[in-house]
Write a new protein. Sequence first.
Length: 199
Amino acid sequence: MGQSPKSLSSVCVFCGASNEADPALLDAAAQLGRDLAAASLKLIYGGGGVGLMGACALAAHKAGGDVLGIIPHFLKVREKRLDVVETIVVDSMHERKIQLFDRSDAFVVLPGGIGTLEEIVELLSWRRLDLHAKPVVFYNVDGFWEPLFALFQHTVDAKLTPPEFMQSWASVRTVAEILPALYAALPVPESDAELGDKA
Ligand code: AMP
């Protein structure tokens, strides 16, 4: 198994960059930002000031949290790079994704569009290839992600994806459940696993 954190210090949030999103989703993103700050977890994110990602990052920053944005040059204006938080400017989308991945112990997926889909499908495909075992939690508010889960299941039913793949992530319905789900998904330390075997 590839990279697998023993504890959490940084959490990447993948989410939509649209300001047109339901205000309830923007509020949820902000609440997650505050929760990360309260838990002393560093937020790693796409570096923009728009949509759910801007709401999450600004709220985390205002609550005293540590925030790191990673944004490509060509999106600095379009995605309104946040000047108040630490930001790394990279050359390409690929570099953004690899840095988001390498710097994060776990991932939260809030509702988003095609960009969010692209990011999480890659993340889960790397999990499928055993390149990592970092926790992934979807905020599946009002069943937002059910169509994606159904598509994954469709590929399992067609015997194109192994059934275990469906255990690669956790799905929760409320913001309050996100951080507990991340901690619950951490791999059990070997010493504890051995104790469990003997009990
Ligand atoms: P969206 O879900 O479409 O609102 O996009 C959410 C975020 O994903 C935005 O910051 C996009 O710039 C980013 N994004 C879109 N496509 C990619 C990609 N191929 N690699 C990295 N980030 C991406």
